[in-house]
Structures are given as C-alpha cells and as structure tokens.
Design a binder for this molecule. Structure first.
Ligand SMILES: O=C(O)CCC(=O)C(=O)O
Ligand SMILES: [Fe+2]
Length: 326
C-alpha cells in the first residue's frame, strides 16, 4: 500500500504541554539569534520521543512527500493581530517568539533552518500573511491570486530540502495544495527528456526587492534528478523556460503536469498544525482568498530547512550564519 501523501502525527495534550514548557525554559529573544540556532538541535533532543521518531521516519524513509504535526502549542489569541508588515518591523509578543522557537526545534529534527537575504528581510521565519500591496501577486503574502503548485525556490542550487508551514490561524480554512509525482504515469522517453539539464529555472518576484544587488539570476538544470526509477523533482510552472530547440519537450512537461495534477490534495491548515513538505518530492501551492486586513485572517509561518548547510557556505558570512546572500 502506498504511504499517505501527508503522514499525520497528533500530539497528546501531555506532549503539547511538554513542548510548551521546553519553549518557556529557553531564554531566547529571537530565533534569528545565532547562539540559539547553534543549540537548536540539542534542545530538539528534548522534544517528545514519539514525535522525534515520527519526524525521523519522514526524513529517513522518504515514505510520504509531506507530513503534518497537529496540536502544537500556538497561542494565537495572545499572538495579536495577523501582521501586514514583515517581522523585522514589528515587536513580537512572547507567545509569538515561543511559537517560532517551537517551529525551529521541530525543524531541527529534519535539518538546519536558513533564510535568504532578499526574502522577508533575511528572517529565518517568514510571516505568510496577506499584505495589501501584494494582493494580486502569486506570493505567499498575496491573497486574491492563487499560488500555482511548485517546488520552493526551484531557481537556486541551495534551495530548501524541506519547507515547514506552521499555522497560527486560518479561520476561512484556505486550503494549501499538496501533490507529488506519480512516476508510473510517465513514459521512459518523457522521463529521459525531463532528466536532461536543459531547463532554465528563474527566481520568483519575492527576490526582486529594491536593494537586490545583484539581482539573483536563473540556473540551468534538469526537472527530474536522483534515482531514475523514483526521481526527485525541481519544478515551478510559473518560473521555468523550456529549451526552444528540443523536440517533444513541451509534451513531456505537459505529461509531467498531468502526472502531478491527478493526485493533488487540498488541506486546510488549522491553528497549531505544522506541515512539512519534502521539497524534492512534494509540490505545494495555495488557493486564493479574500483578504480583509482586520487582523483576524490567515497567518502561516514558513521555515526553510536544509539537509546540508555546507552546500551554501560560500554564500554565507560564516559557518554559523544562516542567511544566504541571495
Ligand atoms: O501559504 C501556503 O500555504 C503556501 C504558500 C507558498 O507556497 C509559499 O509562500 O511558498
Ligand atoms: Fe511555496
């Protein structure tokens, strides 16, 4: 039997209380503090053992392309209104800082969290909450425009191995789209074509901020990679150029899209849910919704996680700096 698209773990109230006490015991003012980050994996060792085992199975067996931990202590009442500006420009309630610490501790069971200098002010945790100026964009901070399914930051060789989405609130039950590639639906010829390094992966507009210097460039590579019988995936339907001179490439990409779209699911995150996406195996997106900006609407915290920090060392200021200079 195929593993579920989203493996599920629901915390008991005892486990949730234990996690809350662990977060309260940490004397940390911000998750961006390098000293905290250097100790995060140690503190993560104090998370409930069954939770760690669940995340380790997800990481090590690659059974499901996504997993969800439900019932985390996220005190959305005390966290204040859904923000309309980036985190660096506002002060955070203690309960919000605790929720972010919890996000980093769980993420540390899968790898190391990191950020991008040009995205969300270089913060490690991104507030995906609607902003008026992004209303009609397909960004995480947009609303009226849905986000087409994609793998995250497909343009960059140091992109996340996992993306975490911790839900603070989602009263209108806006669904997150999740999918994976059913490789059995692709012909051998299509598989071979999609594994050719002839595709151009482009950055999305979230990187084109005014102080971008230089603007990040595209990267060439293949859509499928890894094991040819069970390949990994790199694909963003909105930010890819296909080679003009390769016969049949458009048909191969159309088949790929169909082989993903037949299995898409739509999951509405609830407060205290933490969804982890394997960014080599899962695609994700988000439905459109009507933003009201009255402070009560959807608020999700996004985390980028890498299995190999060393891969980006040449783009970070020091070994313990977690912000990639892109
Ligand atoms: O908000 C979501 O559920 C996903 C958003 C997304 O795909 C993103 O911001 O990268
Ligand atoms: Fe995304």
């Amino acid at each position: 039997m195929r593993p579920p698209v989203v493996a599920e773990y629901t915390l008991s109230s005892t486990e949730a209380e234990h996690i809350q006490s662990l977060a309260e015991s940490l004397d940390v003012g911000s998750v961006d503090d390098e000293r905290f980050l250097t100790r995060a994996a140690v503190w993560a060792g104090e998370l409930p053992r069954n939770l760690r085992a669940f995340l380790e199975d997800f990481r090590a067996t690659e059974g499901s392309p996504a997993c969800r931990v439900a019932g985390l202590p996220v005190d959305s009442e005390r966290m204040g209104p859904t923000p309309v500006v980036a985190g660096r420009r506002r002060s955070k309630a203690a309960s919000e800082i605790r929720a972010e610490l919890v996000a980093v501790l769980l993420s540390s069971c899968l790898g190391d969290v990191f950020g991008w200098r040009l995205q969300h002010d270089g913060l490690l945790i991104h507030d995906l909450a609607p902003r008026p100026e992004h209303e009609d964009t397909g960004l995480g901070t947009g609303s009226r425009q849905h986000i087409n399914w994609h793998t995250e930051d497909s343009f960059h060789p140091c992109r996340a191995d996992y993306v975490g989405l911790l839900c603070v609130r989602n009263p209108a039950q806006v669904p997150t789209t999740i999918g994976f590639l059913d490789i059995s639906l692709l012909s051998d010829a299509d598989r071979r074509m999609l594994a050719e390094p002839v595709f151009t992966f482009k950055p999305d507009p979230s990187y084109f901020v005014s102080d971008a210097e230089p603007f990040p460039g595209p990267d060439r590579g293949s859509i499928l990679y890894g094991d040819s019988a069970d390949p990994y995936l790199r694909f963003d339907q909105d930010y890819i150029d296909l080679p003009a001179d390769v016969a049949g490439v458009e048909d191969a990409v159309a088949c790929l899209r169909r082989a993903i779209e037949v299995n898409l699911i739509h999951l509405s995150l609830r407060s205290g849910d933490f969804l982890f996406l394997d960014n080599r195996r899962a695609v994700h997106g988000r439905a459109s919704f009507q933003a009201t900006y009255v402070g009560t609407e959807r608020w999700v915290k996004r985390v980028n996680i890498t299995s190999d920090l060393k891969r980006s060392r040449h783009l970070r200021g020091s070994a313990s700096d977690r912000v990639i200079r892109v």
